[in-house]
Write a protein that binds this ligand. Structure first.
Ligand code: ARG
Ligand code: ZN
Length: 849
């Protein structure tokens, strides 16, 4: 059913639910196209709410009957739920509905993926399963009975009775409906056990389709390490007797933290050396940790309403980043996190979709599972910690868990524990939650008579609906490095709480370079004028690994900018500065691999736009290719030494040490392939016994247009393995040279294996085109048109995935008038599609405003 004009929901409209739900019992008779769901729900009037009839959310349900205290009632039904008069006393609501999982292509609510019943309820999918107050502040214990002939029947909590054709589950922990889950199918488990610090013996199971059980070991290992880490670092132990994880082939997002029954996109569970790359392993580790950590930050303490989404997501991302840093390398983790933040969140913040970490209104909440809520939300936690110190952070978190366990909370509650635990006033910090836009710091520096003086001007650019902004307090971490390499100012954190802010430090020399925003201490754009030679000093000597890497990145950006805008040659000083870092055996190979990487085309386009220029996608791609070629020529002997020296011997191990060596070796190969016509890459491709080395060779071959044979063989080897076949689709588009990606994508949508209703496969083709900057922005508009055609086609089938991918157009304002016009045409076409979903309608509407 279609609502006429979708209405916005506002943060300020919050009111508690009219009733308190005391217990929920659900019974499922699972049938593919006619599943019956019977609910028995104990409720009583909420003394803290205004009295009124009972209003329950429900969408796409066929109501069979409804009773209150055993007597049949006739609720008033409409497109979004039902209303019924209820007694002014405790009562039992019962109803039966019928739903059709087999036709649920939106993958929200109860649906079928490859013969397996599964659910996705966050944010508002539970209302597609039964009538319920589908809001996170209504928390209740659930019991569930599943009737089905399928062999494995799972729901939340601990297992209860089971037998032929049924299974019962009991979840004693009160939870909001968005954490409900059910899975039924022909599944096999990879099992293990974990004993918690409280002595609880927990059964761990990873459920997969038969044949995939040999690809679960790493996810299980990551799960056990996550459980131990959360006990050690946050004092949080697991609270049920079982922890189930299920891998699902058709899934809109990465994974979901349903209580005791996490459901994952299969690509973030399944891994073997032959099928998964080191990056896949790292992502599996971080997502397993993320979902597990939600058990405390999200499930036991949840959100009062969806405006508070960052309360659980920002904190949980922060926690999974900390975990991955502890398990691998903090430096490498931080650089990766910042690249992701800049690549996705800064980009979002600079365009029409900019919104605060805690938005003030939304039309479709699924559109707000964004880099801003997640990644900038995590940065806010990191800044808080910098402001109150490690001890203050630990005390605040202890208080958070003690005070709010079992509650549905707000950002105000969160900040109050920091104020109460540390005495720190966070009024000015709180602005970070309500103001969109990436703050810009303009730093002037002077060094005289041994004193380093900084003057910092700070401002936040305008964003849609927000013009005049106040300055939030910004923690800026800094140090200084003498030109002879000594650190003359150790890391110090200053607080920028007014503009301008002036600080000075006695550093005892005038021959030094400031190192500002160490470890990327705040999510801001830093404008700091440093001479090339000074950046080279930091690249060579900075003790802060982030700023060491950043110095190289700034040199690369300056070189590329000069090439694009002035037709300059590649910068010999940059090449000279790189060499000693690459060859420095004391540096982690994974770090050196990051130093060797160039900023992406999209990053360069955003950088040029911020500098007031109109990025030319073809010129950017050409400059990047030319600089890469110059690096290969200039650094050939170093790169060759790395390629030969970084070989990993022995059986494949996904842990950081070996993965770092492979990363550096493959980064070297990518450059050498520009010189040797692909000889090394072809040899490596033929010999590879793991996916990292296989793709490490395949991608450079694609980039030089010499991969036809390798791609054909890759397809033959992997055509029956869907996750690997996704890589085959996406890489030949994303890594295609020049603007060829557009035509290749147009060809691949005709491929018999392009199963466009599977979100992973759709993203592997249409999303991959968006990742190839020059191809997506091809001057004839064919890239934009192809994406628009497919989003129009996907929207009625799967609005969430379609809406998310419209963000490919969010950078429209950066480009020249012709491209802007073509992008607008694409958006107009999507916007004019008949029966456009609320999801896509909201996104396109914001971009066309
Ligand atoms: N809470 C999940 C996670 O971050 C994401 C669920 C997103 N679902 C959605 N429909 N937007 O782990
Ligand atoms: Zn999450």
């Amino acid at each position: 059913m279609k609502e006429a004009a979708p209405r916005a929901v506002h943060l300020t409209d919050y009111a508690p639910f009219s009733h308190i739900v005391e217990h929920v019992h659900l019974s499922f008779d699972l049938r593919r196209s006619a599943t019956r769901v019977t609910a028995r729900i104990g409720m009583r009037p909420n003394p803290d709410a205004t009295r009124g009839p009972l209003r329950l959310d429900g969408e796409g349900l066929t109501l069979l009957w409804a009773r209150i205290d055993g007597a049949e009632v006739a609720p008033r039904l409409d497109a979004t739920g039902l209303t019924v008069d209820a007694p002014d006393a405790p009562f039992v609501w019962e109803c039966a509905v019928e739903i059709d999982p087999s036709s649920n292509t939106a993958l929200e609510g109860l649906y079928i993926s490859n013969g397996m019943f599964c659910t996705q309820c966050e944010a508002e999918g539970f209302r597609k399963i039964t009538y319920y107050p589908d809001r996170p502040d209504v928390m209740a214990p659930f019991t569930v009975r599943i009737n089905s002939d399928l062999p494995v029947l799972l729901s939340n909590g601990n297992p209860g009775a089971s037998g032929d054709g049924f299974a019962e589950w009991e979840d004693p922990h009160p939870k909001p409906a968005y954490l409900f889950a059910l899975v039924a199918g022909d599944l096999v488990a990879h099992s293990d056990r974990f004993t918690t610090s409280e002595g609880r013996d927990v059964a761990l199971n990873i459920w997969v389709r038969p044949g995939d059980e040999d690809k679960c070991a790493y996810a299980m290992d990551a799960l056990k390490r996550s459980m131990a880490w959360d006990e050690r670092v946050y004092g949080r132990a697991y609270d049920l007797d079982v922890f189930n994880v299920v891998a699902v082939d058709d899934f809109n997002m990465g994974a979901m933290e349903n209580k005791g029954l996490n459901i994952f996109n299969a690509r973030y569970v399944l891994a073997s050396p032959e099928t998964a790359t080191d990056d896949d392993y790292a992502r599996i580790e971080s997502i397993v940790a993320h979902e597990y950590f939600h058990n405390w930050t999200g499930n036991r303490i949840t959100c009062r309403d969806w405006f508070q989404l960052c309360l659980k997501e920002g904190l949980t991302v922060y926690r999974d980043q900390q975990f991955s840093g502890d398990e691998r390398s903090h430096a490498v983790q931080r650089i990766g996190d910042v690249q992701m933040l800049r690549g996705r969140q800064f980009r979002e913040d600079a365009g029409p979709l900019a919104h605060p970490v805690r938005p003030a209104s939304y039309i479709e909440i699924n559109n707000f599972y964004t880099a801003t809520v997640y990644e900038k939300g995590a940065e806010l936690i990191g800044m808080l910690r910098r402001l109150v110190g490690d001890d203050g952070y630990a005390k605040a978190l202890d208080l958070y868990f003690a005070r709010h366990d079992g509650q549905a909370c707000t950002i105000e509650d969160w900040l109050a524990v920091f104020q109460d635990a540390t005495g720190r006033d966070l009024t000015q910090f709180k602005l970070w939650y309500s103001q969109a836009g990436t703050p810009v710091l303009d730093v002037d520096w002077r060094l005289e008579d041994g004193t380093l003086t900084l003057k910092i001007d700070a401002a936040i650019p305008e964003t849609p609906g927000q013009t005049d902004k106040a300055l939030p307090v910004i923690p800026v971490s800094l140090g200084a490095i003498a030109r002879d390499g000594r650190e003359v100012l150790a890391t110090t954190v200053i607080e920028v709480s007014e503009t301008p802010t002036r600080v000075s430090f006695d550093i005892g020399t005038d021959d030094a370079v400031p190192s500002v925003l160490r470890n990327f201490s705040a999510p801001v754009t830093l404008n700091l004028d440093l001479a090339k030679a000074d950046r080279a000093v930091l690249l060579a000597h900075d003790t802060d690994p982030f700023n060491k890497w950043e110095a190289g990145r700034m040199l690369a950006k300056a070189a590329l900018t000069a090439m694009v805008t002035d037709g300059a040659d590649s910068d010999p000083d940059f090449l000279a500065a790189l060499q000693p870092v690459l060859a420095d055996e004391t540096l982690d190979p994974a770090f050196r691999a990051l130093v060797l990487g160039l900023p992406s085309d999209d990053d360069m386009a955003g950088t040029l736009a911020l500098a007031g220029q109109t990025p030319d996608p073809d010129a950017i791609a050409a400059a990047r290719r030319d600089l890469g070629h110059a690096m290969a020529v200039d650094l050939e002997s170093t790169l060759t030494a790395l390629y030969d020296g970084m070989q990993v011997h022995g059986p494949y191990d996904p842990a950081a040490a070996d993965a770092g060596k492979r990363a550096l070796r493959n980064a070297a190969l990518a450059y050498l392939t520009k010189l040797d016509g692909g000889d090394r890459a072809r040899r490596q491709f033929d010999a590879a016994d793991n996916m990292t080395d296989s793709l490490g060779a395949l991608v450079p071959l694609i980039r030089i247009g010499a991969a036809d044979d390798a791609l054909a063989r890759f397809y033959q080897s992997w055509k029956d393995h869907r996750l690997v076949l996704d890589k085959w689709f996406s890489l030949q588009i994303a890594a295609a040279p020049g603007t060829e990606g557009a035509a290749i994508a147009a060809r691949l949508v005709e491929h018999p294996d392009f199963d466009w209703k599977n979100p992973n496969r759709f993203r592997s083709v249409i999303g991959a085109l968006g990742m190839n900057h020059a191809s997506f922005h091809k001057a004839d508009g064919s890239g934009y048109a192809l994406v628009a055609d497919w989003l129009i086609k996907l929207d009625p089938v799967n609005p969430q995935t379609a809406a998310r991918m419209t963000t490919l157009f969010e950078t429209r304002a950066r480009y020249d008038a012709d491209r802007q016009g073509l992008m607008r045409d694409a958006l107009d076409r999507i916007s004019a599609a008949p029966d456009l979903s609320r999801d896509t309608g909201e996104m396109v509407g914001r971009m066309l405003d």
